[in-house]
Design a protein around this ligand. Structure first.
Ligand code: ASP
Ligand code: MG
Length: 417
């Protein structure tokens, strides 16, 4: 008998029939003698629809009212799911985030969880209920309702699992696990049996949106055993944990692909001390995340440098660079879109000098030029033009021995917000 947290994404509960399927799964776990705490997202596209609806009435709605609105989506799910479980003859009790004891910081739209007081959850479990908790929401100390940011139900599930010391936190989605790369790009992508938190974090941050990065961070910090699996099949899924076994002879676990990049170049910068501190200080205080930074050689006291930001931050980043021209004189600022960041990720990469060379060679063989490179202990990323990027992902997947003989399972509409 175990204590299990199960999380179902929006597409897993997107229709009456899917809701029934989820309820059946929960009932089966109860029947087998397990205690369960279930976290659900809003059904299907509910959150997006609520956002659209709000915009019709106010183009810039107050963040507090937005949270009041969006939390309704998850509350519909928990009530309907509990009723469905009840109809199968099992006891179920729905709780909102704040009823479940989830306390957050005093921020609307992307609050972090500060504390969980799971008293009511334990009481309900003791009384024989499956406990169904609304994902993505909590409340402040002062009783204000907050949300955790898009995709935040994963975080609710992991945080609850840590707080109640669950044996495992199962994340049910519409793909049957974490893949070595996007199966829609590479047909023979492989489903991974296991992956480490650190590798998953790199993949999650790099656009493999199956798991929310903050949830993975949380799982790592509290050592929560995570399993990502399909709500449509009984397949085993992928375990995410501290140390994951690498198949014999493999160094790369997966390949990520991120279209959300823009490059900004600042040309002919006066090469005086403090230039970088100035530029990146200004970007940081505007809340803009900078990823790759490259400074090229200095010529006649002038330097060029380039950095990448997410596409949605591009215009703001240019405005910031223009605003500090007085402090940091430069000739011009330019930007480039239609880029992709392709990354290979694997815990064994550091100790293997040939890994980078193989990547560069595979890309060179396709006649594609690399615009920027960056590395971390377990990842190597290149920025290339968007158009040939899928071919690059395929070539790398095969170069690192990741291809399988079978075609990957591709589920329904991806459960990615
Ligand atoms: N319903 C919220 C969203 O669509 C939270 C979630 O699905 O995790 O972002
Ligand atoms: Mg989701």
């Amino acid at each position: 008998m175990s204590l299990i947290v199960m999380k179902f994404g929006g597409s897993s509960v997107g229709s009456t029939e899917r809701m029934q399927r989820v309820a059946r799964r929960i009932a089966d776990y109860r029947e087998a003698g397990n205690d369960v705490v279930v976290v659900v997202s809003a059904m299907g596209d509910t959150t997006d629809e609520l956002i659209d609806q709000s915009k019709l009435l106010n183009a810039n709605p107050p963040a507090r009212e937005m949270d009041m609105l969006l939390t309704v989506g998850e509350q519909i799910s928990v009530a309907l799911l509990s009723m469905t479980i009840d109809s199968l003859g099992f006891k179920a009790k729905s709780l909102t985030g704040w009823q479940a004891g989830i306390e957050t910081e005093d921020v609307h739209g992307k609050a972090r969880i500060t504390d969980i007081e799971p008293k009511r959850i334990f009481e309900a479990i003791e009384s024989g209920y499956a406990v169904i908790v609304a994902g993505f929401q909590g409340a402040t100390d002062g009783g204000e309702i907050t949300t955790l940011g898009r995709g935040g139900s994963d975080t609710t599930a992991v945080a609850l699992a840590a707080a109640i010391k669950a044996d495992v936190c199962e994340i049910y989605t519409d793909v049957d696990g974490i893949y070595s790369t996007d199966p829609r790009i590479v047909k023979c992508a492989r489903k991974l049996d296991e992956i480490s938190y650190d590798e998953m974090l790199e993949l999650a941050n790099l656009g493999a949106a199956v798991l929310h990065p903050r949830a993975v961070e949380y799982a790592k910090n509290y050592n929560v055993k995570l399993v990502v699996r399909s709500s449509f099949t009984q397949n085993e899924g992928t375990s995410v944990k501290e140390e994951a076994v690498m198949e014999q002879g493999m160094v790369v676990r997966g390949i990520a692909y991120d279209k959300n990049v823009a490059r900004i170049s600042i040309l002919g910068v006066e090469d005086v001390p403090g230039v970088l501190a100035n530029v990146f200080g200004a970007l940081a205080s505007s809340g803009i995340d900078v990823d790759i930074i490259v400074q090229s050689g200095t010529m006649e006291g002038k330097a060029d440098f380039a950095f990448t930001v997410s596409l949605s931050d591009k215009d703001r980043a240019i405005a910031v660079v223009e605003s500090i021209r007085g402090d940091v004189p430069y000739r011009e600022v330019t930007s480039e879109e239609n880029l992709v960041k392709v990354s290979i990720v694997g815990a064994g990469m550091v100790s293997n000098p040939g890994v980078a060379a193989k990547m560069f060679k595979a890309i060179y063989d396709l006649g594609i030029s690399i615009k920027m490179v960056t590395t971390s202990e377990i990842r190597l990323s290149v920025i290339i033009a968007a158009e040939p990027a899928q071919a690059v992902v395929r070539a790398l997947h095969s170069a690192y021995g990741l291809d399988t003989a079978e075609q990957a399972f591709v589920g329904g509409p991806q459960d990615r917000r």
